[in-house]
Design a protein around this ligand. Structure first.
Ligand code: ADP
Length: 638
């Protein structure tokens, strides 16, 4: 077995209860779980990426990894370096070139040899210097002796001695210059190198030659001594990892490409006006395996030639965000907690019920029924925060309560902002969560990745002077127009009002710059517009999210769990979500009592729930049902 197929090394019950949070592990704490030695065996999930990495390590291929942050990209890259044969490692030396001082020579030797060579050169230089000093003092003695005794010229003697002294000192610098500069030293390295060049500037990536402020007069540092290796050189025979590859400047991407293609790259000064820019070494080996990483955007923005080079000589893999929640996987998550405790080194062990709480949180964060989140950097953050709380209390074990406290503390910036935002809006009474209002609907939006906010939408309909227009505020204009055009297709069929002769004003009350995902507000916009058009009040104790099709179907949206929690926090009693999202709901217990969740699949249901005024509403809903219902069945029969 390899990698994450490795079973968890701890006692497991004979017949495992499917629902057991620890997947049948019979343990009291993480101390009873063995952490695998190899990094590759510690990787949870990501089976596909892991297989690719193993294959790529064998074949020495490059890999492009696309996926969310904190899902194990750099972990896998590092694991790969542990799988490469270390016996191939090399040291790299840079020598003074007597023919051209600005073109230092480069020599590659087996790992460990570099230090020996430098030592030998130093020893030789020491001997030579001793020899020179010895010679120098003899000559000085002779000169002084001669001037004193034979010529009687004391001053001239001392002067001559000084000149001889300086000549020797100056000359001896040439001797030092012969000692090579060991820029890559693998003497102590036991596995192939792993270099993380994420966000590296050109010099750190490609190597550099330091500027020399004293460029002449015997004070200068010889150019070969100023040469510094880049990550591409240090990664020779190992792995070069670059996350957010698209943020690398184009020039660096081009040089990187050359290094990949040639397997070697000379070092030169990176800042144009420095004396280092005049220096260029012979090529230095860059025989690395490249692991480029990023999110989907990264792929679009990276240099197409670089991407095709990686693709042509390697693999592309997508990282999973979640994994199926099985007893076996939960045992792995228990081991994950043990791994993070071991990695930190200062945390108390986790009690069984604290592990269970972490696993519950992994479920919740997955945002998908029957899955666990693989955004394990963040989950590891929770493990550390809870551990720190336990440590500060001098507790022997991390308990369930510590984990619960940590969950409160390790909220993301967005969550903290969202809470603050909800509080402030309550102060200003911008939040309405009771009574009925015409044209106003409590929508819901996601802020960042893991927090929701209530985002009221207001609509007003006025007769237009010219052709009707949709007037919306700010950056949400496009999406407002789109949902209005969807809803107007529906309205046209049942309403006497000619919507094309109306101006529809839509306002998102206090929508900040935070990424409001427009699409998920389209049933909200539709409800607000219909309410305004028909002059019927909307229940303000209700919040809603959902996307709308032209036929009136309510389509699934993202982030329902966070949205429902935001609705509850804002004081709403009921929340409408797309029926298709029901399986994604994983709200925390405290909110379960606070709101009723109403799944819907058609806009007529939304209006039935949201609008007031029985007889009028019923007729509206009936009309809507009859019209869009027939459209719906036609659609289905196709
Ligand atoms: P990425 O490079 O995808 O942003 P990292 O590899 O740097 O993420 O992950 C950060 C940390 O999170 C790792 O050091 C490890 O502790 C934990 N981690 C992330 N993904 C996994 C995984 N699939 N299995 C085990 N631990 C993981």
């Amino acid at each position: 077995d390899l990698g994450s197929d490795v079973e968890v090394d701890a006692e497991v019950a004979e017949d495992v209860d499917e629902d057991d949070l620890l997947g049948g592990l019979k343990i009291d704490s993480t101390s009873e779980i063995d952490v695998p030695d190899r990094l590759v065996d510690q990787v949870i999930g990501q089976e596909h990426a892991r297989d690719v990495v193993m294959k790529a390590a064998k074949q020495r291929r490059h890999v492009m990894m696309i996926g969310s942050p904190g899902t194990g990209k750099s972990m896998l890259a590092k694991a790969m370096s542990e799988l490469l044969p270390p016996e191939e490692l090399q040291d790299v030396l840079v020598y003074h070139n007597p023919d051209d001082g600005n073109n230092p020579k480069v020599r590659t030797v087996p790992a460990g040899k570099g230090e020996q060579i430098v030592e030998a050169h130093k020893e030789e230089a020491r001997k030579r210097n001793q020899m020179r000093s010895f010679l120098m003092w003899i000559i000085i003695a002779i000169v002084i002796g001669y001037s004193f005794i034979i010529a009687g010229q004391i001053l001239l003697g001392i002067l001559a001695a000084g000149v001889i002294y300086l000549a020797f000192r100056y000359g001896s610098r040439g001797g030092d210059a012969m000692v090579p500069n060991l820029i890559v030293n693998n003497a102590e390295t036991t596995t192939a190198p792993f270099e993380d060049a994420t966000g590296a500037h050109a010099g750190a990536l490609l190597g550099d030659v330091r500027h020399d402020p004293f460029q002449s007069g015997g004070m200068e540092t010889p150019s070969h001594d100023r040469v510094e290796p880049g990550a591409i050189h240090k990664a020779n025979k190992g792995v070069l990892f670059i996350d957010e590859i698209n943020t690398l400047d184009i020039r660096s991407q081009q040089h990187l490409m050359t290094a990949i293609q040639e397997g070697e790259f000379h070092i030169t000064g990176q800042s144009e006006r420095s004396s280092g820019a005049m220096v260029q070494t012979e090529p230095v080996p860059t025989d690395f395996i490249m692991i480029a990483a990023g999110n989907l955007d990264a792929m679009e923005n990276m240099h197409p030639a670089l991407r095709s080079r990686i693709k042509g000589y390697g693999y592309e893999v997508y990282m999973d965000d979640t994994i199926e929640d099985t007893p076996e996987m939960r045992r792995k998550y228990a081991r994950f907690v043990a791994q993070e405790v071991a990695k930190d080194g200062r945390l108390p062990e986790y009690s069984a019920e604290a592990i269970e709480e972490v696993i519950l949180e992994a479920r919740r964060r997955a945002g998908r029924k029957g899955h666990l989140t693989l955004k394990l950097r963040n989950l590891g953050g929770l493990v550390r925060v809870a551990g720190d709380i336990a440590r500060s209390e001098d507790a022997d074990f991390v308990t369930r309560d510590h984990v619960l406290q940590a969950k409160g503390r390790s909220r993301s910036i967005e969550q903290q902002l969202a809470d603050d935002y909800i509080e402030r809006r309550k102060d200003y009474e911008l939040q309405v969560s009771e009574g009925y209002e015409v044209g106003r609907v409590n929508g819901l939006a996601v802020m960042g990745e893991d927090s929701g906010i209530m985002l009221p939408v207001m609509a007003e309909v006025t007769p237009s002077q010219g052709p009707g227009e949709v007037i919306a505020t700010g950056q949400l204009k496009e999406m407002a127009q789109e949902s209005v055009s969807n809803v107007s297709a529906i309205i046209k069929k049942f309403s006497d009002e000619n919507i094309s002769e109306m101006d529809i004003h839509i306002q998102f009350v206090q929508a900040g710059q935070q990424g409001v995902d427009g699409d998920s507000a389209s049933i909200t916009v539709a409800t607000a517009v219909i309410s305004a058009l028909e002059d019927m009040g909307v229940d303000q104790s209700l919040a809603m999210t959902g996307s709308l099709s032209v036929r009136g179907d309510v389509l699934p949206v993202g982030g329902v769990t966070h949205k429902i929690e935001a609705a509850a926090k804002s004081g709403c009693d009921r929340v409408i979500i797309p029926a298709a999202n029901l399986q994604d709901v994983m709200i925390e217990e405290e909110y379960e009592e606070m709101v009723e969740i109403i799944p819907v699949s058609h806009i007529s249901e939304v209006l039935d729930i949201a609008l007031e005024g029985e007889p009028e509403k019923d007729s509206l809903v009936d009309r809507l049902k009859s019209i869009t219902g027939s459209a719906l069945s036609q659609g289905e029969s196709v």
